[in-house]
Design a binder for this molecule. Structure first.
Ligand code: HEC
Ligand code: HEC
Length: 348
């Protein structure tokens, strides 16, 4: 099973030439010959709607031809390298088996796979998850702390600067603080079916996912090298990661999995398998301070109302996330970036 060639085929099939258009600009006929993302639409993804911002990020090949300072190009290349091989920061900033590109497919460029460039044009902005205004570095730090079960590189450090430069490069030419909604942003979930089933989800998982991600969700390694990422367990993201929300997982899966066959699951199957996957154990949420009930009091009404955190599992009475296992990160965990007060003296 060759992961790289599969992933590249998906990306190559879907991304056209670089450029920015708004969807309503297409109606003048001139754009039609080169409608961006036409191949995605042919694969069954929604077509850009009138008034949406449609941006096709430049590639690393475009970077070579771009009129940018050679020193900047080096830094962007470094950012790309960190994004697609984040495992090089293992043990320092990353304590699970993921790369950024494990969830942000197509090197962070793929629509409906949470392309990362929107962060570069919409931040700084208020973020509900931590209740203050975040910049691009803090947004990247968030994915390190939760999705990578890690410790973010310091703000302003070489690694952080390189990653932000890569995000910025992908946003090249897109308008800052756009008024329009962004085509393909995030992991948009399919309509939620009336009932979700753990048992049905397990069947989908064993039939369509286990071949790559393993029956026990631990992913697959060959000669110590990551081939397929872990969906749960110590090698996966922790309980604070966005993808533990059932709807986000369903959106990711429907649009991107099984790898190479996106949109092949029914909405019911995508939600059931998301429900199954997000009701398995994983490292503790870094906002935890010793009690699941306290966590539910603080984050139950917002973030964790969308996850299975603290639920008691039907079939074995296991209470999810009721543990102090931080995975490979070890013991020295302090609640990360919670309620950090900022700009308290500013007037309304
Ligand atoms: C386990 C899956 C996962 C991994 C690994 C991951 N992310 Fe994310 N990322 C997400 C989810 C989920 C979101 C939120 C998407 C949404 O809002 O629907 C997100 C959002 C983002 C955004 C904001 C995009 C926007 O539309 O504003 C950025 C930037 C980002 N991630 C960067 C990174 C970087 C850099 C890394 C590696 C250090 C990384 N992510 C690793 C799951 C992941
Ligand atoms: C052909 C192999 C293959 C199959 C089958 C497959 N995946 Fe994946 N999956 C991958 C690869 C590879 C990645 C990482 C993307 C990358 O590195 O390009 C991934 C990433 C993921 C991720 C995000 C990263 C993580 O570890 O959480 C989730 C969630 C996921 N897959 C769920 C599923 C589900 C659910 C199914 C079944 C419906 C499935 N996958 C089927 C290969 C596969």
């Amino acid at each position: 099973m060759r992961k790289k060639s599969l992933a590249l085929a998906v990306v190559g099939a879907s991304i056209a030439a670089a450029g920015v258009v708004t969807a309503n600009a297409q109606s003048d006929g001139e754009q039609n010959a080169e409608t961006p993302y036409q191949n995605l639409v042919e694969m069954g993804y929604p077509a850009p709607q009138e008034g949406q911002l449609v941006h096709v990020p430049p590639t690393m090949a475009d970077l070579e031809d771009a009129d940018l300072h050679p020193e900047l190009k080096k830094v962007i290349r470094r950012g790309y390298d960190l994004f697609t091989n984040t495992q090089q920061l293992r043990g320092k900033n990353v304590f699970n088996d993921m790369n950024c590109s494990s969830c942000h497919l197509g090197e962070g460029r793929q629509p409906f796979s949470a392309p990362v460039w929107p962060a570069a044009i919409t931040l700084p902005n208020f973020r509900g998850k931590n209740q203050h205004v975040n910049n691009l570095e803090e947004r990247i730090a968030g994915c390190f702390a939760y999705s990578m079960n890690g410790t973010p590189p310091e703000y302003g450090s070489d690694d952080m600067l390189a990653l932000s430069a890569y995000h910025r490069w992908l946003a090249k030419g897109a308008p800052v603080y756009p008024d329009q909604p962004i085509y393909g942003r995030g992991f948009p979930p399919p309509d939620r079916p009336e009932a979700l089933s753990y048992a049905r989800g397990e069947t989908v998982y064993q039939e369509q996912c286990a071949i790559c991600h393993q029956e026990d969700g631990s992913g697959h390694y060959e000669d110590g090298e990551y081939v397929f990422p872990a969906l749960w367990g110590d090698g996966s993201n922790n309980w604070g990661a966005g993808i533990v929300r059932t709807h986000t997982a369903a959106g990711f899966i429907k649009n991107n999995m099984p790898l190479g066959q996106p949109l092949s699951l029914s909405d019911q199957e995508a939600w059931d398998v998301a429900y199954y996957m997000t009701r398995q154990e994983r490292p503790q949420d870094p906002r935890y301070d010793g009690s699941v009930d306290d966590m539910l009091e603080k984050f139950g009404p917002t973030f964790h109302k969308h996850s299975s955190y603290g639920d008691v599992r039907e079939h074995d009475d296991h209470r999810l996330a009721d543990h102090a296992n931080w995975g490979e990160k070890g013991e020295e965990v302090i609640p990360w970036n919670v309620g950090v007060p900022r700009f308290e003296d500013l007037e309304d």
